[in-house]
Ligand binder design. Structure first.
Ligand code: NAD
Ligand code: IPM
Ligand code: MN
Length: 353
């Protein structure tokens, strides 16, 4: 029986995860899958009370006792991000060595795309973001802090192991899915020391996949091409920081930040699944947030757990909600967070029975 640890987190994370849970519960009923979900209060309230967002060793406990983790979002104005939220988010991502951050950019309804004359088949690619190092290494510090002589440094660390395993993952995925194009993006022109390794490893790994066409774009050019000709992409692989930035762009190209899904995975081991968006404090608890990114994130989670058909049913229900305009304000509709979740659940029952 798949066991899922649920961490709603902060802000709208709580609102959207409630809907993702409803959807998972519906799928479990309709398809007869015995999903077991357990809630954890890891978040800002716990931090404010105890000084820590989660107990010591919680990551390993979760990995030991659960098949997947579903997370809403973290970040709250009452607690400095680096003292609190990064302990939780990076505690899980780095602590469990979830080196693959998978973020699909898939247009489900062309009417939601801000680009003109783009159809659903023109935008369907997957971004693999390195998720454990790069500019997120947390190695650095400040000297003469807060004086006019301040020197602030944080290292962009790119290891052979780290770069190789994410690039290999991109090729393995492409081969498995019968895809024929992998694009790698870095900034090795301006950052030859930090990013030259991406060029060298990409060249080496691609030699083992002769059937796959490779391309390279500097990340500035990649952002332009994502807007100009998104149909050229099937698989994009990049470093931690660039993957973060281009997937917010990708989210907006699909219709909105509240729509984008993501998974943090150590292949073959546990995965932690979370929408791309953050805790958007100004919308928290107001039944405004778009829950579809969290709902599509639960699709990614089900796929990871081996329930691909059930995941697909979620996607079909979400597409139906979009086609019928039964969506929240972010996507031009009138439904609240809860009503959107209810609509998707009803669509699952219709489509799945
Ligand atoms: P954000 O994604 O929370 O919100 C940015 C804007 O996008 C919002 O103001 C809103 O207009 C829109 N938006 C985002 N999600 C939406 C949704 N589901 N429905 C409707 N509109 C939505 O980004 P931010 O404002 O930069 O960050 C807020 C906090 O969240 C910060 O503390 C930040 O560090 C954190 N954050 C956390 C995660 C995470 O937990 N993975 C991701 C991004 C940001
Ligand atoms: C994301 C977020 C995080 C990141 C922040 C909150 C540290 O933006 O998951 O995309 O940069 O990875
Ligand atoms: Mn981000």
């Amino acid at each position: 029986m798949p066991k899922i640890a649920v961490i709603p987190g902060d802000g709208i994370g709580v609102d959207v995860i409630a809907e993702a849970k409803k959807v998972l519960q519906t799928i479990a009923e309709v398809r007869g899958i015995p999903l077991e979900m357990t809630d954890f209060d890891y978040g800002v309230e716990r931090y404010l009370q105890t000084g820590r967002p989660m107990p010591d060793g919680a990551e390993q406990e979760l990995a030991k006792n659960f098949d997947a983790i579903l997370l809403g979002a973290v970040g709250d104005p009452r607690a400095p991000f680096e003292k609190y939220a990064s302990q939780l988010l990076f505690g899980l991502r780095f602590g469990l060595d979830l080196y693959v951050n998978v973020r699909p950019v898939k247009l489900l309804d062309a009417r939601l795309c801000p680009l003109k004359d783009v159809t659903e088949s023109d935008m369907n690619f997957i971004v693999f973001r390195e998720n454990t190092e790069g500019a997120y290494s947390q190695v650095g510090g400040a000297f003469k802090f807060q004086t006019s002589d301040e020197v602030s440094i944080q290292l962009d660390i790119n290891t052979r192991k780290g770069v190789q395993r994410i690039i290999e993952h991109a090729f393995v995925y492409a081969r498995k899915k019968g895809l024929t194009r992998v694009c790698m993006s870095d900034k090795s022109n301006a950052l030859p020391h930090a990013h030259g390794i991406w060029q060298r490893v990409f060249h080496e790994v691609s030699a083992q996949y002769p059937e796959i066409e490779t391309s390279h774009l500097f990340v500035d050019a990649l952002t332009a091409q994502m807007v100009k000709r998104p149909q050229q992409f099937q698989v994009v692989v990049t470093c931690n920081m660039f993957g973060d930035i281009i997937t917010d762009l990708g989210a907006q190209l699909q219709g909105g930040l509240g729509l984008a899904a993501s998974g943090n995975v150590n292949p073959g081991l546990i995965g932690m699944f979370e929408p791309v968006h953050g805790s958007a404090p100004k919308y928290a608890g107001k039944n405004i947030a778009n829950p579809l990114g969290a709902i599509l994130t639960s699709q990614l989670m089900l796929e990871h757990l081996g329930f691909e058909a059930e995941g697909e049913l979620i996607e079909r229900a979400v597409i139906q909600a979009m086609r019928e305009g039964q969506v929240p304000a972010e996507l031009g509709g009138k439904l609240g967070t809860k009503e959107t979740g209810d609509y998707v659940c009803a669509a699952i029952r219709r489509l799945g029975s």
